[in-house]
Write a protein that binds this ligand. Structure first.
Ligand SMILES: *Cc1c(COP(=O)(O)O)cnc(C)c1O
Length: 361
């Protein structure tokens, strides 16, 4: 069986270094927001090219903390792509804000910049861009809009660690950015983890406090905060793996290149990229008319695939109030999309086999 993602194999490569760093944490007697967190925050800020990185508990909280940091609430509107993972939307609704869904571009699967302006109202506060599947959103057009209307750009970078647009990395393409370090992400830890990056000094200071009960000085609470800290073990593991992120992303690019050059089946629509550095291929998503048939065929041929995602947020049971809304591009993507195996530990013969099997479909 060719696994969709072999997490054990991914982390096994760094076992010695990870073992040593975890032992160091255990020996230190300090387990939350300590030296490891500080070291990783500094290194990840440097990696993204931003002034601040603030560790937190997971990717959902990273977005949640940005919205809390800006003080958006009670009916404030945030524009967001309709075809994102549920977390982007939950971060908005959990703060009492309203997600205003906008259709993606069918070619990049990212928010269609040409449709954003029509979605702006006097209540709009921000545009949340999602670098979906690992491809950076072309933020230039969006900056033009946010500058004119005085809005913030919040990046959901959970799938795009290291992706670049116009020489800048995700995490540095908007006003503030949320990352997830869920084990399966391009940079993943051994549990849950996340962080916020920004160049905004004031926002960074506020988020730093809010993630830790709204407090900078113990037992002195300036904000109604939450508990969303990055623990020292996860920070240590992330610091080890960060050094290999660019190389891992290069492996993903090579596999995607091989897929794109060699999958030759008129039934399969391949993903498009606008530049080499823009995409870090968290997910290699193809589209086809009868997706379930293709998935079954691949399973029968020992190739594991996943669907990102089977149901769009506006059709989910938890958002009944939107179930009747219609987003045809989003729905078409959800109906036809299928994610092929891609990861830095895939062997050449596995990649070749995927291509051969698909070409025989
Ligand atoms: C993974 C993911 C998140 C949430 O991250 P968690 O760490 O699981 O909370 C948010 N947005 C997108 C697009 C994601 O893929």
């Amino acid at each position: 069986m060719i696994k969709f993602l072999d997490l054990h194999k991914i982390n096994e490569r760094f076992r010695n270094e990870i073992d040593l760093r975890i032992k160091k944490v255990l020996d230190s007697g300090w387990y939350l927001l300590g030296k490891e967190d500080e070291t990783f925050e500094n290194n990840f800020a440097k990696f993204c090219g931003v002034r601040h990185c603030i560790g937190c508990a997971n990717g959902l909280d990273a977005l949640n903390l940005i919205i809390k940091g800006y003080g958006f609430k009670d009916g404030d509107e945030i524009i967001v792509p309709a075809n994102t993972y549920i977390a982007s939307i939950l971060a908005i609704t959990m703060n009492g804000c309203i997600p205003v869904l906008v259709e993606p571009d069918i070619k990049t699967y990212n928010i269609n910049p040409d449709l954003i302006e029509a979605a702006i109202t006097p209540k709009t506060k921000a545009i949340m861009v999602v670098h979906l599947y690992g491809q950076a959103v072309q933020t230039e057009k969006i900056w033009d809009i946010t500058n004119r209307y005085g809005l913030k750009i919040i990046e959901d970078s959970a799938q795009a660690h290291g992706a670049m647009y116009n020489g800048k990395k995700t995490g540095n393409l908007g006003d503030a950015s949320g990352f997830s370090f869920y084990p399966g992400k391009n940079l993943g830890c051994l549990g849950d983890g996340g962080c916020i990056t920004t160049n905004d000094d004031e926002l960074a200071a506020k988020i730093r406090a809010i993630r830790n009960y709204g407090s900078n000085v113990k037992y002195h609470n300036i904000y109604k905060g939450i508990n969303s800290r990055l623990d020292e073990i996860q920070a240590a593991v992330l610091d080890v793996k960060l050094k290999h992120l660019d190389a891992d992303n290069m492996c993903r690019r090579e596999i995607s290149k091989y897929y794109k050059e060699n999958i030759k089946n008129p039934e399969i629509i391949l993903p498009e990229t606008y530049s080499e550095n823009a995409h870090v291929w968290h997910i290699f998503a193809v589209r086809t008319k009868d997706r379930d048939k293709l998935q079954n065929y691949l399973t029968e041929n020992d190739i594991q695939t996943l669907i990102h995602y089977p149901t769009p947020p506006h059709k989910q049971e938890c958002y009944k109030e939107w179930n009747n809304l219609s987003f045809p591009v989003t729905e078409e993507i959800h109906k036809t999309i299928l994610s092929l195996p891609i990861s830095p530990v895939m062997e050449d013969d596995e990649v070749k086999k995927v291509v051969e099997v698909i070409n025989g479909y």
